[in-house]
Design a protein. Structure first.
Length: 363
């Protein structure tokens, strides 16, 4: 979405296909002048049944390049191309799905992981797909786990439109007023924006909210997002008696406003690709506590975010409480985080690089 909205409107004509019924970005893509088709699938288990529909759409649109993102789209898109007329293919690699920790976290069984992994590798080789990784860590993972030749994978970092994230602080009066309208109170406010999957480490974050240092701080936590782990998260919140302090908000369209009202952004992921929510929080000058992962360090340093080993709720709680108690540290961290995002993650700059990749792939 960010790359297409910031990219050239005359050099390329983009047609975006959503595999499933409800795609929240469809209207934004349409506003950016991008054609959108939704295939109406009901979820990952039924995705391969969409191959005939996608193959038909590809024949009708007759693109010069088919570009896929995320593993299921890679499998469906490449299969549709194999079933139809051969076309150049490009796949954006958003994550590290075949690393051991990801397989343990995301796949129902090692056998399923092996089947998907082999199908992904075979289809990529058959279609002579070129790849774009969103981070150096993701690139290294696919070279290692999928044996993709290094020369077939370029890196194009995830990016955001910095003009949409001013990061200018609200006045104390305006902040109190907006918080009051949302029933948030005046105490320290923590925010997480993520899919509710095991990858994101949210059960550990809820556990950290029960730790004595965080309870003593009076902090509250907003969890924005949804996913298969939402019921488990809500159950743990109830089991720990944290209902007043932890609110599960589901999907929201006012994330930037919530960032402006928050004091700390927390990202306790087990593994990552290159998280857009982190870029947005740093752009909003929101202090960050995050897992110490290679992908996070590609975005920011210890000066721009406060990093802790993943899967350690006690240390996470300690770091959150320490940051809440130190306004000067929060201010310095916020300023450095914004500087780092400005230097490398503006979608207007990355859209130019994306256009170069498309020209090479279609030329």
């Amino acid at each position: 979405m960010n790359l297409l909205a910031a990219g050239e409107r005359t050099a390329f004509e983009h047609h975006v296909v959503a595999l499933y019924r409800n795609d929240t970005l469809a209207s934004r893509l349409a506003d950016a002048g991008v054609a959108v088709s939704m295939l109406g699938g009901s979820g990952p288990r039924a995705a391969l049944g969409l191959v005939p529909r996608l193959a038909s759409l590809i024949r009708r649109v007759d693109p010069q390049l088919v570009h896929t993102q995320l593993v299921m789209s890679d499998l469906v898109g490449r299969t549709a191309v194999v079933c139809g007329r051969a076309r150049p293919m490009l796949s954006t690699l958003q994550n590290r799905p075949y690393d051991p920790e990801a397989i343990r976290t995301e796949f129902a069984s090692s056998l399923l992981a092996r089947v998907i992994r082999l199908a992904d590798r075979w289809l990529g080789a058959w279609t002579k797909t070129r790849f774009l990784a969103v981070s150096e860590s993701v690139r290294a993972s696919y070279i290692r786990e999928q044996r993709i030749p290094p020369e077939r994978i370029d890196v194009l970092h995830n990016s955001i439109d910095l003009s949409e994230f001013s990061g200018e602080p609200l006045s104390p009066a305006e902040r109190r007023s907006r918080r009051s309208q949302l029933g948030l109170g005046d105490g320290p406010l923590l925010l997480n924006v993520a899919r509710h999957t095991r990858q994101k480490g949210l059960l550990g974050l809820v556990t950290a909210m029960d730790a004595a240092p965080v309870r003593a701080s009076g902090a509250r936590l907003l969890l924005v997002g949804s996913g298969p782990e939402t019921p488990l998260i809500e159950e743990r919140v109830r089991a720990l008696g944290l209902e007043p302090a932890v609110r599960v908000l589901g999907r929201r369209s006012d994330v930037r406003e919530l960032m402006a009202l928050s004091d700390v952004f927390v990202l306790p992921s087990v593994y990552e690709g290159l998280p857009l929510a982190l870029l947005e929080a740093l752009a909003m000058r929101l202090p960050v506590v995050a897992s110490d992962l290679p992908e996070i360090r590609e975005v920011t340093t210890d000066r721009g975010a406060h990093l802790v080993p993943p899967g350690n709720p006690a240390l996470l709680a300690e770091r959150i409480a320490g940051l809440i108690a130190n306004p000067e540290l929060r201010s310095a961290s916020a300023a450095e985080g914004r500087r780092q995002v400005e230097s490398r993650f503006d979608s207007r700059q990355n859209a130019q690089r994306f256009a170069e990749v498309l020209r090479r792939a279609t030329g």
